[in-house]
Design a protein. Structure first.
Length: 384
């Protein structure tokens, strides 16, 4: 009972953020502050070759990227963290992706700073570097959540999407080691296994859920392949067997009802079917023009308010740029010298928020990831 009360209390600041979000959405008074921050260093080196990632596509084509192990200095990252704390206060989750975060040299210094500032921090890794040394550092850092990308338990399928020899074995070994060490140390670390839904792997996703979905603190997040980000492989990855795909989604719904931890509510899971069906003609052939038109027809009243609760931060030639939505205009840069709080409440930011509420793009940032408040609370209580 004591642990349950502790979990409830730790989640209370996030609940207050939800209230301020609703006030900002439904009244003229904008008081919302970010509860989710996504920091991506696309010029951070990566040891992967994922075919659904622009960096992986570039590597395959032999295109050289100006990537390094420290595209943004640890000092600048630390300044950013302190500005985020001042802007958002309590109830803030910072998620870091790359490249490969475990190749970022100052990573564990940043984790220590977030621990001191009482900021919940998460990062997503491909799992290849989850060795004993890094696992110990992760546990000791009091990391809130770690995302691990895995598309299938089947190496043949997983390595078609993530073509690194023995990559599946490395990732699964890292996951299993992390779970064991977490239990030994009685850590609160939650583990989010992320899989991109495609034609290649959708039938194997229930196996991943069955293997890990009932382990305390572990949950699985299926997310549909986003054609707009990496269109080069759309024909290969778009789910075309929508009848069989529907059967898989129904199995996932049943597993969720049986207590397996899937980070998607029932409407979201069913929405994945509609999403993939929208890109197919009457012959089951993928057509981008149909997808665009279908999304335009369906999302006239999308009313996307992602910019009320979220901020995206990207590295750009040694600078940091701020976005309320990656598909809109940037709202500012670190190099401008303005405090992030000023940028968040600026006229420019409010104009971008108005545009997002009229957005017709169907994306997996918000359109396919909508969750009721109760579902958010239940997931938080399960992973914390």
């Amino acid at each position: 009972m004591r642990n349950f009360v502790k979990r409830l209390w730790s989640g209370f600041p996030f609940f207050l953020k939800e209230i301020s979000y609703l006030i900002s959405k439904f009244t003229p008074f904008f008081i919302a502050r970010p509860r989710s921050v996504y920091i991506s260093f696309y010029d951070l080196v990566c040891d992967g070759l994922c075919i659904m990632c622009s960096a992986g596509i570039a590597k395959k084509k032999g295109i050289k990227r100006n990537a390094s192990t420290e595209p943004i200095s640890g000092e600048k990252f630390a300044q950013l963290i302190k500005q985020l704390k001042k802007l958002s206060g309590k109830g803030l989750l910072v998620s870091f992706t790359g490249g490969e975060p475990l190749l970022y040299k100052p990573l564990f210094e940043i984790l220590e700073l977030c621990r001191k500032e009482k900021i919940k921090f998460s990062f997503t890794t491909n799992g290849y570097l989850l060795n004993d040394c890094n696992i110990k550092k992760i546990i000791d850092s009091k990391l809130f959540n770690i995302g691990i990308s895995i598309e299938s338990l089947n190496p043949e399928i997983n390595e078609k999407m993530r073509p690194v020899p023995n990559g599946t074995k490395k990732t699964l070994k890292g996951i299993d080691k992390l779970i064991i060490e977490r239990e030994k140390s009685k850590s609160d670390l939650s583990i989010n296994l992320k899989c991109v839904i495609t034609q290649l792997n959708y039938s194997t996703i229930p196996d991943l859920v069955k293997k890990y979905g009932k382990i305390k603190g572990v949950f699985i997040t299926p997310q549909p392949y986003n054609e707009f980000d990496v269109p080069e492989v759309a024909e290969k990855l778009w789910v075309k067997d929508t009848g069989k795909f529907r059967e898989v989604i129904n199995e996932l719904i049943l597993l969720k009802e049986q207590g397996y931890s899937i980070n998607a509510d029932l409407d979201t899971l069913k929405g994945f079917i509609t999403y993939f069906e929208s890109g197919l003609d009457e012959h089951g052939v993928y057509r981008r023009d149909l997808l665009k038109q279908s999304m335009k027809d369906k999302l006239i009243y999308n009313d996307c308010t992602i910019g009320y609760s979220t901020i995206f931060i990207y590295s750009d030639n040694g600078d940091l740029t701020y976005w309320l939505c990656p598909y809109m205009h940037s709202i500012g840069q670190f190099s401008e010298g303005k405090m992030l709080e000023e940028i968040w409440f600026s006229k420019k930011a409010m104009m971008v928020r108005e545009k997002t509420r009229k957005c017709l793009r169907f994306c997996n940032l918000s359109c396919t990831r909508k969750q009721p408040l109760l579902d958010k609370i239940l997931i938080y209580l399960r992973i914390k």
